[in-house]
Design a protein. Structure first.
Ligand code: HEM
Length: 133
């Protein structure tokens, strides 16, 4: 099991792509799609943090490695929902990831620009003070 997997952009509350994220998560297991209610995710015996990073992604390996019982897999099967294909879910995740990365990049550019302006203003200020003294 990957202990420190970062939280998926798909599971972030501000995610614009799937506004119903508060109600359920889409997960992929063995090539099939599962629509797991958030009410279950919050009650997951080892914490919702183990599931959230896999929102809109393939959790097969992590799920199998966690040593789930047959009962757990029966619970999972209850949530099987083929109204969306695995490819569709993966596409949503790729879009969310790209948007998330773009937002992070935009923030870096903004901070970089602000720092540049601050550096120029600082240099002008120092120059003026030198000329006045
Ligand atoms: C990648 C996602 C998931 C991870 C990493 C994960 C991890 C774990 C871990 C580590 C345990 C404790 C196992 C033990 O020592 O007994 C556990 C228990 C359990 N999990 Fe998950 N889980 C995930 C997703 C799910 C999902 C989607 C369901 C059902 C919809 C589920 C249902 C359960 C249940 C019922 C238990 C209680 C113990 C058992 O019956 O196996 N889990 N999970």
């Amino acid at each position: 099991m990957e202990a420190s997997r970062p939280i998926s952009p798909a599971a972030m509350p501000s995610s614009p792509v799937d506004e119903k994220i508060e109600e359920h998560l889409w997960l992929i297991y063995g090539g099939q799609t599962y629509r797991v209610p958030m009410s279950f995710v919050r009650r997951h015996p080892k914490g919702k943090e183990l599931i959230l990073p896999y929102a809109n992604q393939d959790m097969t390996e992590a799920y199998d490695n966690a040593g789930h019982s047959k009962g757990a897999t029966r619970t999972l099967r209850k949530y099987a929902d083929a109204t969306r294909s695995a490819e569709e879910i993966e596409k949503i995740y790729a879009t969310q990831r790209a948007m998330h990365e773009q937002a992070a990049w935009n923030m870096c550019v903004r901070v970089g620009s602000l720092l540049s302006v601050a550096a120029v203003l600082g240099a002008v200020y120092v120059r003026c003070r030198q000329q006045n003294s």
